[in-house]
Design a protein around this ligand. Structure first.
Ligand SMILES: [Zn+2]
Length: 199
């Protein structure tokens, strides 16, 4: 059942992949591997550094991060790792809400700036706010890329490429393991009201 659904999804994406494969090379790097099941969504919500409202910079030791994050999150966020493509449960998430840094809770992206890039990672064309993201040149693996990090805790998030849709023309290619999603409360209320009215 799972394999069939995955196979159908892959078929639907094959044209997009063919179109985007050259521009997605930066995304794939050496991490291109077989498709595994969706990774679990984990967040760090109970930690003392996690906040949706604080603008205070988070600066804690690597060993403290290691205790707060899952091994996969730690590898991506603090060791600049890359999760396997097509493994994030957020890759196909179309719900209305906000994406936060799973390490510190900083607001990173709005769901209405998310788009289907076909590259295997959640993609957005604009950050939540200018201060959401810190940029740095990344010349590893023989590529010239721009790394994006959380503006509050400097966790590695992914990269930004200049082949995104309008209005920015940018594609923020983000590791889903370091994203935390919260549904918009307004949207939830509208949905509940509509369904109550219909009853
Ligand atoms: Zn953060």
């Amino acid at each position: 059942m799972f394999i069939n659904r995955r196979f159908i999804n892959m078929k639907n994406k094959i044209l997009l992949i063919a179109l985007l494969v050259s521009s997605c090379q930066g995304c794939f790097s050496q991490e291109k591997k077989t498709i595994n099941k969706k990774s679990e969504i984990m967040s760090n919500k109970d930690s003392s550094v996690y906040s949706h409202t604080s603008t205070e910079q988070v600066s804690i030791s690597d060993s403290a991060w290691q205790k707060l994050l899952t091994p996969e999150q730690y590898h991506v966020a603090r060791q600049k790792g890359t999760e396997r493509p097509w493994t994030s449960a957020f890759e196909n998430n179309n719900e209305v809400g906000t994406y936060y840094c799973a390490a510190c809770g900083n607001a990173l992206f709005r769901s209405d700036t998310k788009f289907e890039s076909g590259c295997g990672w959640p993609s957005f064309y604009e950050p939540y706010a200018k201060v959401s993201i810190i940029y740095a040149p990344d010349n590893t693996y023989g590529m010239t890329r721009t790394e994006v990090m959380c503006g509050r805790c400097r966790s590695h998030l992914g990269h930004v490429f200049e082949d995104g849709p309008k209005p920015t023309g940018l594609r923020y290619c983000i590791n889903g393991v370091i994203l935390d999603f919260e549904k918009a409360k307004e949207a939830e209320q509208d949905y509940n009201t509509e369904h109550t009215d219909q009853q």
